[in-house]
Design a protein around this ligand. Structure first.
Ligand code: SF4
Length: 660
């Protein structure tokens, strides 16, 4: 579905089956559309920028967890391709209405929303919804349409005001990272409402149902059989099972408090555990799932004095930890307001803590905070409000810590220390360099570590018995080399971090994890059942059969790997065309205390080589041609990004040096 918001034009276009063969769907075909149709130098807030709501290839089929909506655009935060995804219910509903993607271009002169009711599609006035919360908007639209079963994705005030941390919220999930809600607001689009009642056809339904049943059977066995020695959220299945767990020792003592500077090593006492357990169990009314999934990663939250909402993942901790509040209830209350405003629960608390740190350091002044209450909780509510309304200092902080620091100057940049590619990262500061995470942080373009990390253990197991038990039934591993790395990995000595796993192994491990995420993002599968947890039900050995039996396409592991390489390289190409270079690929200086510059160079060199990229991280002409991306090679040659003399760039244009 093509929507021109400037002219109010709606057009249905057939999905090109050749593009499905080349890129599958979801993120893969979104990348192709952005490459083909959005000028390389288009500003994120330009009418030329596209905002694509996409289903994945398997969405709407009975495959458990095939419910991701993949939203892509150019990000106002990083200026690169922004692709965030959400669970919930929207993508299957879109498929049932008969659509693979909704592609928005242009800008509406008035605030509008899109209503898709199977074949009937209208752009409707949303001026009465201006300023309304994201969850409230969804409810109002369903009432107005008299369609309680419609699925609605909406932005709140943050998106309307083009706050770079604005999310798109949908029932029980949200696309939070990279400021996609700000682009939606810029386009004058308040919401997308969908109702679909058609069928989705499968090429070989009996075979497909058999595969789905095998996945469900596996989940039944795996989910309660926790992997020992790993943190609670990694022990089972699902997307971080934060709402099910009360043990927050690992996060509260390892994640940094405030703007990622202070670690509270002895925080998790018996007393706090009891208090937080009480808070969680009081406000958590029930655990809930996304469409067609037996896991329950989210929860309905009903905190005193605020209306009911859905929470998932670390948001329960981020505001509490940013504000140095020992009371978990504060997190639950402010998150309700933040969800209605529609903001990213990782970046927003960091931007607020950054603001208060600058005030303490005398870089921002009392005048910047005139009217701000003095108590910790009140301060955060006050600043959240200023930021989403873009008032006063809030207008500056609304651009995220990277851009705000540049604008404020006076040494503020030293406080925006938790940023990669201009985007806030997980508030972690660790001891020893982890070579696998080093590569993921450097080269990831999704700007969300949990969307890059995955199937390989995060640390060695302490005993050989545990390692052997882990690899014994590790059917998901691509080959036996991966099992050997787990068996040989030690806490100390020659086979410990940062020099073990060796460079070549780190490259293969990171590539494998990235492959699984890219496949999920093309198929619309939830990472919580595939690329994120240890030993998930979906993996590289069974996914080709899922694709074949759903679509009738011939698919095997090599074919799927080839498509992954094409999709991943195309995303990189889009970003290279927008200035991404090696200089952009570095974790925050203080992310680890113990750094190894020589090893880090070897890791990045090794990874680029493994991927078929040159020293600057630019895909070479040869690797582009191998992937059928000759048109990218031609474009790079024309622009001087590559030259014919071995593929080195003639232009050194790190995005770090570019200002909007
Ligand atoms: S595993 Fe969790 S996040 Fe993923 S689809 Fe299921 S309920 Fe949703």
């Amino acid at each position: 579905m093509e929507i021109d918001l400037t002219r109010g034009n709606i057009e249905r276009v057939q999905t090109d089956p050749r593009l499905t063969e080349l890129h599958l769907g979801g993120l893969g075909t979104n990348a192709k559309l952005l490459w083909d149709r959005v000028p390389a130098d288009a500003e994120p807030f330009s009418p030329d920028n596209l905002l694509i709501f996409s289903t994945g290839l398997l969405c709407g089929t009975p495959a458990p967890g095939a419910n991701r909506t993949i939203i892509s655009t150019y990000s106002p935060q990083t200026l690169f391709m922004g692709y965030s995804m959400m669970g919930g219910f929207l993508a299957p509903e879109l498929k049932y209405a008969g659509y693979d993607k909704v592609i928005f271009r242009g800008k509406s002169p008035n605030l509008v929303y899109l209503w898709i009711n199977n074949d009937k599609v209208e752009i409707r006035d949303a001026s009465h919804l201006r300023g309304k919360g994201a969850v409230e908007t969804a409810e109002l639209i369903k009432q107005e349409l008299k369609e309680p079963k419609a699925q609605v994705a909406a932005i709140g005030l943050a998106g309307e005001n083009r706050v770079y941390m604005a999310s798109i919220e949908q029932g029980r999930s949200s696309a939070s990272r990279l400021g996609l809600g700000a682009v939606m607001g810029d386009k004058g689009l308040k919401a997308v409402a969908v109702r679909g009642t058609k069928d989705v056809n499968l090429a070989r339904p009996a075979e497909f149902m058999q595969l789905c049943n095998e996945v469900l059977q596996y989940i039944k066995v795996r989910a309660p059989n926790l992997v020992p020695e790993v943190m609670p959220i990694l022990a089972g299945l699902g997307s971080p099972q934060e709402m099910a767990h009360v043990d927050e020792k690992w996060h509260t003592e390892n994640f940094m408090w405030g703007n990622a500077r202070t670690r509270r090593k002895e925080f998790w006492t018996k007393e706090i555990e009891e208090k937080w357990k009480g808070s969680l169990e009081t406000v958590r009314k029930r655990l809930i799932s996304c469409y067609n999934c037996p896991m329950k990663c989210g929860a309905i939250i009903s905190a005193p004095g605020v209306s009911t909402y859905m929470m998932k993942c670390f948001t329960k901790l981020t505001y509490t930890m940013a504000a140095f509040v020992d009371d978990l209830d504060f997190g639950f209350k402010i998150a309700q307001q933040a969800t209605e405003y529609g903001v990213d629960g990782f970046s927003m608390p960091q931007a607020m803590a950054f603001g208060f740190e600058l005030k303490e350091a005398g870089i921002l002044t009392d005048a910047d905070f005139a009217g701000c209450p003095s108590d910790n909780e009140g301060k955060f509510y006050w600043l959240l409000d200023r930021i989403v309304r873009r008032e006063g200092i809030g207008d500056v902080l609304a651009n995220g810590t990277y851009w705000a620091a540049k604008q404020i100057g006076k040494g503020a940049e030293a406080y925006a220390h938790n940023v990669i590619k201009k985007h806030e990262q997980l508030p972690l500061k660790l001891g020893m360099l982890n070579p696998i995470y080093f590569l993921m942080y450097c080269t990831g373009e999704k700007m969300n570590i949990t969307q890059i990390e995955g199937n390989f253990p995060q640390a060695p197991f302490s005993t050989m018995a545990l390692r052997e038990a882990f690899v014994k039934d590790w059917v998901q591993a691509p080959n036996d080399k991966f099992k050997q790395w787990v068996l040989d990995w030690e806490f100390r000595g020659e086979r410990s971090m940062p020099f073990y796993p060796p460079v070549e192994a780190c490259c293969e491990i990171v590539d494998w994890q990235e492959k699984m995420h890219h496949i999920d993002d093309a198929l619309g599968l939830c990472a919580g059942l595939s690329s994120f947890p240890l030993k998930p039900p979906y993996h590289i050995h069974n996914l080709p059969t899922f694709i074949s039996s759903a679509t009738g396409m011939d698919m095997d592991e090599d074919g799927l790997t080839h498509i992954f390489n094409r999709n991943r390289t195309l995303v990189r190409a889009i970003n290279v065309r927008r200035g991404l270079r090696r200089a952009d690929e570095k974790p925050p200086d203080d992310h680890w205390k113990k750094r190894f510059p020589e090893l880090e160079t070897q890791l990045l060199d090794g990874y680029y080589k493994f991927k078929g990229w040159n020293h600057e991280g630019i895909p070479t002409k040869e690797s582009l041609q191998t992937l059928g991306l000759d048109y990218v090679a031609e474009d790079f040659l024309k622009r001087g990004i590559l030259t014919d003399n071995g593929g080195d760039p003639s232009k050194e244009t790190s995005a770090e040096t570019k200002k909007k």
